[in-house]
Design a protein around this ligand. Structure first.
Ligand SMILES: [Zn+2]
Ligand SMILES: [Zn+2]
Length: 194
């Protein structure tokens, strides 16, 4: 039994048992070998820890980027809608309310979406889908849609109205797209207010 060989956990070589030292991970043939084994093990643990930290960092960065972009898009949507709605009010400044015929010179005027922004994002900035209305029709009566439709058919024709009613594909806007739409209507609005 004196010659019994044991495998060193560090270098995987066999040595006589009596020359070896038992440590927590197993038998080692030398202190150097044990130290090397220990270093490699802690390096691996550190690399694993670092990889995990990096994954977490990437995940947080990604989520943050998405959230910031969403905030940015929301902000740009608001700015662009304001500019577009202004254009609608200027374009229709002499037209009565699209839903009740109230005079354009009476009370506050709104840009009223026939297909709502939430129901139909693709028509959010579509000139055929948005017309000036009185504040009551837009805010109190959700656009007063049945009456809206009657006057809309007269204004843009039944074919176009039916086309509007078929649009159902949602649309996501990017900040550059919104900036482009905004610039377009800002230019039109400057011309209309000259
Ligand atoms: Zn060894
Ligand atoms: Zn009205």
């Amino acid at each position: 039994m004196a010659n019994k060989l044991l495998r060193c956990v560090g270098c995987k070589t066999r040595f006589p048992r009596e020359t070896m030292q038992k440590l927590l991970p197993g038998w080692f043939h030398s202190l150097d070998c044990a130290a090397k084994y220990g270093r490699a093990k802690s390096d691996r643990a550190r690399a694993k820890e670092a990889a995990k930290a990096k994954r977490e960092y990437n995940q947080v960065t990604k989520e943050l980027k998405t959230a910031l972009n969403a905030t940015d898009v929301r902000h740009n949507l608001k700015l662009t809608q304001t500019e577009f709605n202004k254009f609608i009010r200027l374009r229709d400044k002499n037209d009565p309310c699209i839903s009740c015929d109230q005079s354009p010179h009476q009370g506050q005027r709104h840009a009223s979406h026939y297909r709502s922004v939430n129901a139909c994002s693709v028509l959010r900035f579509d000139e055929a889908n948005v017309h000036a209305s009185c504040a009551q029709c837009n805010c109190m009566k959700s656009g007063n849609i049945t009456e809206y439709r009657i006057r809309l058919v007269k204004k843009i024709g039944p074919t176009k109205v039916e086309w509007l009613e078929c649009q159902n594909k949602p649309r996501k806007y990017t900040c550059p797209e919104l900036a482009e739409i905004r610039a377009h209507y800002a230019k039109l609005n400057r011309e209309l207010t000259k």
